[in-house]
Design a binder for this molecule. Sequence first.
Ligand code: SF4
Length: 381
Amino acid sequence: MLLYVHVPFCRSKCRYCAFHSVVPAPGQMRRYVELLEAEAALWGRRLHRPRVQTLHLGGGTPSLLPPALLERLVRALRANFRFDPGLEFGMEANPESAADWTMMETLGRLGVTRLSLGVQSFDDNDLALLGRPHTAAQAEAAVRLALGAGLRSVSLDLIWGLPGQRLHHWLANLKRAVRLGPQHISCYGLTLEPGTPLELQERAGGLELPDEGEQQRMYLQGGEFLESEGYLQYEISNFARMGFECRHNMGYWEARPYLGLGPAAVSTLGARRWKNPEDQDAYAAAIRDATLGTDAEPLDSQTRLREMVMLRLRTTRGLDLAAYRQAAGRDLAAGNQPMLRALRQRDLIRLAGGRLRLTRPGMLVSDAIIANLFADLPAAK
Ligand code: SF4
């Protein structure tokens, strides 16, 4: 099982952010950890202290938790879940809250094996526009510190397609990232989430976003550059040195069961899915009344089939056509031949070795390709 813990706190709210996170009030982080301890105990009892292959602390900003609270949280998880010896223990961190030795020393002691740093850009103007609470110099210092702390893997998150960004800016960001020598780099295209300050600014005509052609060049040339530097693409937005792919995220894309703890966390176990309440009081009441997960929705066969296609096609391993046939009761090619032929001719997909894969240009338009496939998906058996 994959275990996810949502830490819903941030130092300030970034201008593009639609994740569930708040700036903590005094005492709120301690209260959160107490609730997390109770939730971990609840699931430990219900699931008989299940085995966990990967653990991921996400958010929010988990590195905002003071070391003593982080230790309490991990102690509660260890007490209620059985960690596999080869556990991947990943954690998200922001440069301003991770750039000190006390934090790095705590992470090493707690058994964190993978740190994912939200760098986003090495340009201070970009960072100011995004409302990030750190500078490029702080980000670079945090990466160096993490790499020197002996964690198995350090990953950098970067965003492309920023207002005012051009291809050469993006490639300069990637070069700076590569020079630091992390094991993993994630590159996300900027998404303007409705209602965020950045989206409102764009609607008011106050942002100059790169045009579609420039964005395509950023994605394609950025990917080529990273692969030329030994970072292999294994998912639409993710590149890693051989053997340093994120196992936790791979588990999501392979539709493995996962349990999410914390406010707003989502779980999928036994073909049922539920989401914890976002509001901390409602979350506390659900733990007290042991109602967490009792409103789980069954995932119908159509939904599972769609998710299988959608998630597997995100990865460079692609979709196993035999597995599809077994789930759907028919070949993917049946009824889709003209479309698949057209996609191949445009070099957007490859069919080889019993798998359907998107090429890098195909990944750029993955939503449209998947929507076309969905148009004709049968109900699964
Ligand atoms: S650090 Fe991440 S979760 Fe927090 S506000 Fe910024 S984008 Fe959102």
